[in-house]
Design a protein around this ligand. Sequence first.
Ligand code: ZN
Ligand code: ZN
Length: 342
Amino acid sequence: MRPTTPYRPLDITIPFPELTAYARTATLLHPRRGTPTAADSSVGGPLLWPADEAWPVCGEAHGRARGVRPERARRYERIVEAAWARPRPADAVGPSYTAGEWVELDEMSDAAYQPDRHDGSPLPLLALAQFYARDVPDLAPFAPAGTDLLQVLWCPFTGHDDASAHDFGPSTRLIWRRTADVREALPEQPEPPIVERTQYLPTPCVLFPERVVDYPFADYLPKELDERIQAWEDAFTERAGDAAPLYQYDLSLAPGWKIGGWDSWHRTDLIRVYCGVCGTEMRLLLTIDSGGGAPSWRPYDEARASRSFSLHGPTGIRAARDEYRAFVCPTDPSHPHRMSSQ
Ligand SMILES: [Zn+2]
Ligand SMILES: [Zn+2]
């Protein structure tokens, strides 16, 4: 069943028509486990990479930090998910592991589940996602002229000292391409031999893009409008209690992996993001979601499959508490992007 976002409990532009001026479309990506190819938009799938172009590497030594080999992380995930998928009594609180699985998990949990060590050699970047413009309508306003594919890679280690990483998140690389230029695709893509955290390693997912409308985080609005929305919300809550929808969580900002739309600042106050080169206020391009969000947004397919289990949602990715976001310069796409987190 194709994931579909439920209608909002009410349309906020009816009580506040002036919000229409702030509406921005966003494409929710709805990643779901699958076997994408390089010809598909995906999270964690193979990238359409030219065979004659060098794969990017991160040259930082990362302090010979501890981490996990990808194959070990994937084995761990398979064990946990298989145990959750096994039939168990309705009142069981956790999964049921076999004796063999317990032994293997115990072994893996040694050294705080970071038994491997980075040897300091340059690390191939990890392919995180790619988005074809034909699948993701909200990519078009960001795409440099002639390009139709956005590829996202990252170094699966923290501790980079530049704006392409934020709050101890991984360092990211955004690459725009024209697919027609890729005459021969790289048959097998490189992967770093080690990642700092398993939640930086994506599980392959296909996408089910869906267009929604976002309204801004309240601090972006004129103070007077924000105050009227708050007063309306207070009055609604007084009448309806917990059933009252909230502007922030139910009526404005769609949670989840998305392209475009508005950025939430619910964990901090609003921090405006400006281009490091020209000073223009930057615009949200990509939201990398850690799973979560208000129940009213939960797509119909997830509500039905609620007893299945996956770490941090289908992608397995968690690069910040809630969201890890890429902002880009609206005046010149060649200006370096910046990351922020919530
Ligand atoms: Zn790195
Ligand atoms: Zn700029």
